[in-house]
Ligand binder design. Structure first.
Ligand code: FBP
Length: 699
């Protein structure tokens, strides 16, 4: 054998060809950095101006009017192209400004382009404009941790994913102290404007900051960010203003690309069910887009489950003159049955493999779990409000927490305490597996949200599925269908007559293409018995080898591989759609600032249409607020948009469900979206969800 020449690593490392290979910079990165996204028509002139559009109406919450009086009456602003401005407007547009920007919440692809768009527009209006980036999220504002963003830094991150440039964090500016520190920072930096790039909670925060700082002359502008896609804005007349937050498309494309590879894998190796949990704290938008992109065999949509009505129970209750409230909404048990049904049906046509997509927040839509989350949220919030020590510090271990709940249940039995946790709750809770109890009791995030990403949703559901499949197997219901042609071939090879053994083994011989062993045949023992009863075998004879082979082939093993798609999609480089969307959001932010408004969220209308129809706008944030329970108290927040089960996109998913389950032999109906490609022709120029919703409106 030839021995490898020993290399001197120091010399090898310095070789220019080696240097080229190991460089951090590759062709894709160069092309990304050099790409200049096209600008909406509104930005094609020298300036922009704002046109107020009062035809958009909002139902304003009374509490929002009280808490946000200085911004509550703002109207939708439409950004228009302008070649000339009147003197005062020009002066305002061109005045030198210090603008601060902060990322808040989880990363979403495209954030760097918001900064790039803002930077380019600000420098074009006045080269003396300065952009400051607050470090590691809102903490950067509170603690005045900031860097000045220059062109070199912007160029380094153009069209790249992540929030790496200035990082992000989840702190909420929710106390008077934090607000005072934030104002102090803005004063020290002489800020004219603050831009908050974040989700529903962060934009809520932006509204309160706008209210607080308006008299200091600091304008506050929000930007709709989150891969979850749950910031979608419509007015009171259901007119769409913002169809989707940025980052959603890139994350969905990244997930879909990987999940499509799993579709290819399982239909090649035909032995695994791939269970894919897909991020999205509550809403199932990401899972739905993945379904549309990949045509995976089963995709569960939480919002659809919540809508479920068990007609059989209703009819039964009616005949007994009762009302069965448990018939509304799906239970965890029922959900596992639905999944099993799909698995059993596919196995019957020989497909004991497939891909299941589960939204991360699915449990939020399951009746009994939702009740637990609400009760536990309230219990933890009440505890924290009335004690010096926080609930999780006071009860660090699961057993301590359980003991506390047990005491609450026993107090409620004695008619004492808040009665929120009764014996029945405690019993039901203790029936759950320990890891799930622990998940339900995890610490809430800074906004009081339940942290679904920390719960093994897939495990909870798939354990139930596994249990029920075992029962179905024992009952002879879960079987792998044997191709009739294959059965004949195997038997004839050993000179056995398929027409003698077929009717003994299968309940559908010879009528179907896929043969299913009789429900009574569930072991080699019961198989022997069936053969003996049919006089095809004597008691002491061994089962003929071909018959045994066929039987063993019909016994399914349920083998799964679980995958979690979340953080990888948050960190992916943006699709071209998100690059263009976010760059134009950055330009919109500057236009709103330069034209003097505050408490607005930058947005682009008509995202589901061709780029030429995109319209930059400002949406007033105050009117979007409504009251919601957070940390056990009612709080003003922007409502999360969940999947609308009446939307054209969902209706398509529903209509194609059977098709994607693919109960015909051999072929599956998978779709290959391919990886995110930045250069060359890209197949998807915008989310399929948006395309379908736009088409549904127009057809
Ligand atoms: P944002 O709402 O801040 O954009 O974050 C969304 C999200 O990625 C959810 O999909 C997920 O449940 C959560 O963040 C995970 O949070 P963490 O980063 O704290 O694990």
């Amino acid at each position: 054998m030839q021995t490898q020449k020993k290399i001197k690593i120091e010399t090898f490392l310095k070789h220019p060809d080696v240097q080229e290979v190991i460089r951090n910079v590759n062709q894709d990165l160069i092309e990304r950095r050099e790409y200049t996204p096209p600008m909406c028509r509104a930005f094609s002139g020298e300036y922009t101006r704002l046109e107020e559009d009062a035809t958009y109406r909002f139902h304003i919450d009374k509490e929002a009017r009280i808490k946000l009086p200085k911004i509550i009456d703002s109207k939708v602003q439409v950004v228009e192209r302008s070649e000339a401005l009147d003197e005062p407007s020009l002066k305002r547009y061109r005045q030198p400004r210090n603008i601060g920007i902060v990322f808040s919440g989880g990363p979403a692809p495209g954030g760097h382009n918001v900064i790039a768009g803002l930077f380019d527009a600000a420098k074009k209006a006045n080269p003396d404009n300065r952009i400051f980036g607050f470090l590691v999220g809102p903490d950067g504002i509170i603690e005045n941790e900031v860097i000045e963003i220059d062109s070199e830094l912007v160029d380094k991150y153009r069209n790249l994913g992540g929030f790496t440039m200035i990082k992000t964090g989840r702190t909420k500016i929710d106390s008077q102290d934090k607000m005072t520190f934030s104002r102090e920072t803005c004063r020290k930096l002489n800020l004219n404007a603050l831009v908050v790039v974040g989700g529903d909670d962060s934009n809520t925060n932006a509204a309160f900051l706008a209210q607080e700082m308006i008299d200091d002359g600091v304008q506050v502008i929000g930007v709709p960010k989150t891969i979850d896609g749950d910031i979608q804005v419509r007015d009171a007349d259901n007119r769409e203003l913002c169809a989707m937050s940025f980052g959603f498309h890139s994350a969905a494309r990244a997930f879909a690309s990987d999940i499509s590879n799993l579709c290819t894998d399982c239909s090649s190796d035909i032995k695994y069910w791939h269970i894919c949990k897909v991020m999205g704290r509550v809403a199932s938008h990401l899972a739905m887009e993945v379904a549309l992109q990949t045509h995976a065999n089963m995709t569960l949509i939480g919002e659809d489950l919540a809508n479920y009505v068990d007609q059989r129970r209703i009819v039964k209750a009616e005949t007994e003159g009762e009302t069965d409230y448990t018939a509304y909404g799906m239970t965890l048990r029922h959900l596992s049955r639905v999944i099993c049904h799909g698995i059993v049906q596919r196995a019957a046509v020989g497909k004991n493999y497939g891909v299941i997509v589960l939204p991360e927040g699915i449990l939020e839509f399951i009746n009994e779990i939702q009740v637990f989350i609400i009760k536990l949220n309230t219990i933890i919030a009440n505890y924290n409000r009335t004690r010096d020590v926080d609930f999780h510090t006071a009860f660090p271990m699961l057993e301590d927490k359980r003991e506390y709940l047990r005491r609450m249940a026993s107090l409620s039995r004695e008619g004492k305490g808040s009665q929120i946790w009764r014996t029945r709750d405690d019993d039901l809770f203790n029936d759950l597996p320990a890891f799930f109890q622990e998940g339900l009791l995890t610490e809430r995030d800074s906004h009081g949200n339940f942290q679904f990403s920390l719960v093994e949703t897939d495990k909870v559901i798939m354990d139930l599925v596994q249990d029920y499949l075992n029962i179905l197997r024992e009952n002879g219901v879960y079987k792998i269908g044997i191709p009739r042609v294959f059965f004949r071939k195997v038997l004839e090879k050993d000179s056995l007559d398929p027409n003698i053994f077929g009717p003994i083994l299968f309940h559908n011989y010879p009528k179907d293409d896929f043969l299913l062993t009789k429900p009574t045949i569930i072991s080699l023992k019961t198989l022997t018995q069936a053969l003996v009863d049919a006089k095809a075998l004597k008691h002491d004879d061994t089962i003929p080898a071909p018959i045994k082979k066929i039987y063993l082939k019909s016994v399914p093993k349920f083998k799964t591989q679980t995958h979690f798609y979340g953080y990888d999609g948050r960190g992916t480089d943006p699709t071209r759609f998100d690059c263009i969307y976010t760059y134009n959001l950055g330009l919109t932010v500057f236009s709103l600032i330069a034209n003097g408004v505050s408490g607005q969220m930058a947005a682009i209308k008509n995202l589901g249409h061709e780029f030429s129809e995109w319209q930059p706008i400002g949406i007033p944030i105050g009117p979007l607020m409504h009251l919601e329970e957070r940390k056990g108290k009612l709080a003003l927040v922007i409502e999360k948009s969940i999947v609308d089960v009446k939307s054209p996109a969902f209706q398509i998913v529903k209509a194609l469900r059977e098709n994607w389950l693919a109960l015909q032999p051999n072929e599956d109906n998978y779709r290959r979206p391919g990886p995110i490609r930045f250069t060359g022709l890209s197949e998807e120029d915008r989310p399929i969800t948006l395309k379908l919703n736009a088409l549904g409106k127009n057809l």
